[in-house]
Design a protein around this ligand. Structure first.
Ligand code: AMP
Ligand code: GLY
Length: 424
């Protein structure tokens, strides 16, 4: 099969690394890709939102399968675009059509879905500019901290957690009336604050059946001890020690099965990954959010723990034959530590040469915001630059390997968290 992966982050490099190991894989392309994917696949200079450009590449290169990394093209209907085009409709697309992608594209849609199917989640209500006064009244009935969520995609910035009610009201007005997050905050979901520990659950769904992939936990804050600004993710671990068998049984029974069955009942086709952001409150799992793709950097610890030929699994997903597959999970722990550009998640510089990658032999180095430059070699091109993943019999062992590898790698103003896994 010829395969095209859409995206340019650590997640997509990890997909490329895993798919390139498959006997079923003939030619592998990544659009637009990065310096890491360039070493194992052919990068195509096409943006993930350029559907016509993608179409041209798919036809020219005889692509059989497109694996969509990020959420934007899914929410914007890339799968529908393929199905509606007579020349493309035979191509396998991994990632839901826009209707299913609403689970991530609209928090209100996701909350209604959960309510309809009895899936445990925080109590909520949603509001628009017309119902601002009702929103204020609703806030008055809630206890702090107040959780305000822009309905639409806001690049991971659309959730505000605020202690003070007056500040919450001001922010709510900014979102609804002053378009703080543009169109994304035309509707705002206000929900109950849940106090617990978060983890990520990944499900591969073929429209009928599902497979549960390894659980993971990511570290979103920039600072040690989970402090400071939110980022795309500074590191991750898999498995998750506090998710014991009993807890995972509850997740499957109360959340995964009702989600897959709910999609069927609602006649929402869904072929692809469902990423369920969970929170463990006491001994019970609740859903914080759905995403319709793999997480980043969770992918950098989840895929290394899957023994199966991933391309075979994805082909089975496309063909509705997941029930014929068995997921084999490697028992080792895998940890990843993200190297980021100094200043991230705020302003940072780019174009810094990265050295020492060849010396970091103990780890898998997945490139994220890094590009190949004719003159300088591999240079930084984004906030999150490299994910350093390692295997170990225990977390400690895996983390030690990642940190030893990081000792070998250098770029100007490189920063990373030295406490990944600190809370486990
Ligand atoms: P989301 O974009 O929905 O994942 O929200 C971003 C982050 O906000 C989550 O990862 C949680 O840490 C936090 N969060 C969202 N909703 C809640 C909630 N109801 N209670 C507590 N924390 C929340
Ligand atoms: N690591 C969280 C995400 O991919 O959204």
């Amino acid at each position: 099969m010829n395969v095209l992966i859409l995206g340019s982050g650590g997640r997509e490099h990890t997909f490329a690394w895993k798919i390139s190991q498959s006997d079923l894989c003939d030619e592998l392309f990544v659009a637009p890709g990065n310096s890491g994917t360039r070493e194992i696949a052919t990068n195509l200079a096409i943006k993930v939102g350029d559907f016509e450009g993608i179409k041209t590449a798919v036809l020219e290169r005889n692509i059989d399968m497109v694996v969509v990394g990020p959420e934007d093209p899914l929410v914007n209907g890339i799968h529908d675009f393929f199905l509606n085009d007579p020349e493309l409709k035979g191509v396998a697309v991994i990632g839901p059509q826009s209707q299913g992608a609403m689970l991530e594209g609209s928090k209100e849609f996701a909350k209604h879905f959960m309510q309809r199917h009895g899936i445990p989640t925080a109590k909520y209500s949603s509001f628009t500019a017309e119902t601002l006064q009702e929103a204020y009244d609703f806030l008055g009935t809630m206890k702090p901290p107040y959780v305000l969520k822009a309905d639409g995609l806001a690049a991971g910035k659309g959730v505000l957690i605020i202690q003070d009610i007056d500040e919450a009201k001001q922010e709510l007005k900014k979102m609804l009336v002053d378009s703080k997050f543009g169109k994304a905050s035309q509707t705002v979901v206000i929900e109950e604050f849940l106090d617990g520990i978060e983890l990520s659950c990944f499900v591969l769904a073929d429209g009928n059946d599902y497979k549960i992939l390894p659980y993971a936990k990511d570290y979103k804050r920039i600072g040690e001890g989970d402090t400071g600004l939110n980022t795309g993710g500074m590191g991750a671990v898999s498995p998750v020690p506090f998710a014991d068998e009993q807890f995972l049984e509850k997740v499957e029974k109360r959340i995964i099965i009702p989600t897959v069955e709910g999609l069927k009942k609602d006649k929402i086709p869904f072929i692809g990954f469902i990423f369920i952001g969970l929170i463990k409150v006491g001994e019970d799992p609740l859903v914080i959010e759905y995403n319709v793709r793999m997480g980043d950097p969770e992918t950098e610890v989840v895929l290394p723990r899957i023994k199966n030929d991933l391309l075979r699994l994805l082909a089975a997903t496309h063909n509705g034959k997941l029930n014929k597959e068995r997921i084999e999970i490697i028992p080792d722990s895998v940890t990843t530590v993200m190297l980021v550009s100094g200043g991230y998640p705020e302003a940072y510089e780019k174009g810094k040469p990265i050295i020492g990658l060849d010396k970091a032999q103990e780890s898998l180095i997945f490139h994220a915001g890094a590009q190949w430059d004719q003159d300088s070699g591999i240079v930084t091109s984004g906030g999150r630059v490299m994910a350093v993943s390692s295997y170990g019999e225990t977390f400690d062992e895996a983390l030690k390997k990642s940190y030893r590898s990081i000792d070998q790698i250098r770029f100007d103003k490189m920063y990373f968290r030295s406490d990944i896994g600190f809370d486990l």
